[in-house]
Design a protein around this ligand. Structure first.
Ligand code: ACM
Length: 534
């Protein structure tokens, strides 16, 4: 799909369109002329690949129905999700009906011939008679629903009845993602987050078309997933967190519930067990995992690099086999992340030997390896992904090692810490977060191109981007909100939108319009002075 217009062009035509539409009375005779101007078509985050504004808007009304192919379970569920989003603020009944049972309204349709839309693409057509979302696959309908939702006034996100009108600008959006892997990571180890807190984050990610939820399930400070064959991992290793609070862990049913909920938002859970370093919680739970046979004390500080599984001991591989087997069995997604970062207490030879033994275990249980990019210093398994978390100032040699792995077939997920780490402070005055990678204001976070970040890395080797959220300093949903927003939408846009749409000056205006939406959703975000908030 070629982008039909670049954002600077889009912006000027949008301003014109907005002015024209707000002055036109919109032709919907039954609706009051007052109310917010129609949001220009395509003025959403992430920017769509192709936008052709034109014609009169659609106006939702008391009679609007959501029409689906009721024989298709997923279309039905997406229709119910959409109606559930729109009912509280509009106060309209928005019945979800079979597409033959009504005309007009909002139609969600799967078209087996629309192969150009791929797994996640969609087309949105809007006009006075209705809105039609077409996709080749259910995930595409779900992504299109997020565009439709963002076209409506921000007040639609409120959970009590608001005044409309509820108009969606006329025209056509045709949209497919730039990268297949568009992730967000949540560190539930340094501080534990409940299933409901994780669901809240999943819902926020959905709005920006994120499709991978990477859960950092183990680290020095906490083991967060029940493993039946090694029960002390969760019972003891999960019993605290940074600062010494009570910690917590997910039962297998809890984890299944997260997986189910993420799947309902078309997000694939990528579980991470970080190895061979970042393993103090495991080493505290089982003495035999330590080379000296002595269990370590639980750890509630924030240092890194002091722990290591015992690479020469066979019991280490019994442990890895059991953990990977049980976690793989719980995880329908394709990937299992084995960490591999900051193994400063493991010799290089041991590190490489460990990875040579562990990667085949992941394959044995049907999963594809992801590792932090230090894995490229060992021997990444065929098909593995490496997640790059370096900085601008990372040495040219280290960047070249990652680029060379990419050229040799390892897929690269880009999470540059001085751009994409959502836990970095925005400025020196940000109360939460860390600053070891520098201060990362909104522009810095957005204003880079995945294709040129690593010299010598071909774009075809880039699996996508991911925004990690580490939680050494974050212990509540409000903290996550404050650090993720508004940077998460920018990383999501880098993952979704074509390079031709990349433009800070127009992005900041589209982002500004997200402010009232985030507020309506109860997200207290960082009001960066770089963005002219609406
Ligand atoms: C990392 O930030 N240690 C991956």
């Amino acid at each position: 799909m070629t982008p039909r217009r670049t954002l600077p062009l889009l912006l000027s035509s949008l301003l014109l369109a907005g002015a024209a539409l707000s002055g036109s009375g919109s032709g919907a005779a039954a609706e009051p002329a007052a109310g917010p101007a129609v949001r220009p078509l395509g003025a959403v985050v992430p920017a769509p690949a192709s936008v052709t504004p034109g014609g009169e808007p659609y106006t939702l009304g008391r009679g609007t129905a959501v029409r689906v192919d009721s024989a298709d379970r997923e279309s039905r569920a997406i229709g119910r999700y959409l109606a559930g989003l729109l009912r509280p603020a509009t106060g309209y009944p928005l019945p979800v009906v079979d597409d033959d049972a009504a005309r007009g309204g909002i139609l969600l349709r799967l078209d087996p011939r629309a192969t150009a839309l791929g797994d996640e693409g969609y087309e949105l057509r809007s006009g006075p008679g209705g809105v039609t979302l077409t996709a080749h696959a259910p995930a595409g309908l779900f992504r299109g629903v997020q565009t439709l939702r963002q076209q409506l006034p921000a007040a639609v996100e409120r959970r009590t009845v608001q005044s409309g009108p509820w108009r969606i600008a006329g025209g056509t959006v045709t949209d497919t993602p730039r990268f297949a892997y568009r992730g967000a990571m949540l560190d539930v180890s340094r501080h534990f987050f409940t299933v409901d807190q994780v669901k809240r984050y999943i819902d926020q990610l959905a709005l920006y078309k994120i499709n991978k939820l990477h859960l950092h399930l183990s680290d020095d400070q906490g083991w967060r997933i029940a493993i039946d064959s090694w029960p002390r991992l969760a019972a003891h290793g999960g019993s605290t967190q940074v600062g010494g609070g009570p910690g917590g862990f997910y039962s297998k049913d809890d984890y299944r519930e997260i997986v189910r909920y993420a799947a309902s938002r078309y997000q694939e859970v990528v579980p991470e067990i970080d190895m061979p370093g970042h393993t103090n919680a495991a080493l505290a739970s089982y003495a035999e995992l330590n080379c000296d046979g002595v269990a370590r004390p639980l750890y509630t500080g924030t240092e890194v690099g002091f722990s290591s599984l015992c690479v020469p001991k066979e019991v280490t591989y019994d442990f890895v086999d059991d953990v990977v087997r049980e976690l793989a069995a719980l995880t329908p997604g394709r990937y299992l992340h084995i960490g591999g970062d900051e193994a400063h207490s493991t010799s290089h030879a041991d590190y490489a030997a460990f990875m040579d033994r562990v990667q085949p275990v992941v394959a044995k249980y049907g999963k594809t390896v992801i590792g932090w990019h230090q894995l490229t210093g060992a021997r990444p398994a065929p098909g593995a992904l490496a997640q790059y978390w370096g900085l601008d100032r990372t040495s040219a040699a280290e960047k070249e090692r990652v680029a060379a792995a990419g050229r040799a077939g390892t897929g690269i997920v880009l999470s540059p810490a001085d751009r994409a780490y959502l836990d970095m402070k925005y400025t020196k005055d940000t109360p939460l977060g860390l600053s070891w990678a520098g201060y990362v204001e909104v522009r810095r976070s957005y204003d880079w191109d995945p294709a040129t970040l690593l010299p010598g890395l071909p774009e075809t080797a880039i699996a996508g981007v991911e925004a990690p959220l580490w939680t050494e300093t974050l212990s509540e949903s409000a903290h996550l909100d404050r650090m993720a927003f508004p940077r998460l939408p920018g990383i999501a846009e880098l993952g979704w939108s074509p390079a031709a749409t990349h433009d800070w000056e127009s992005y900041r205006l589209r982002l500004a319009a997200q402010g009232p939406r985030l507020s309506a959703l109860g997200v207290d975000f960082h009001r960066s002075p770089q963005v002219p908030w609406e």
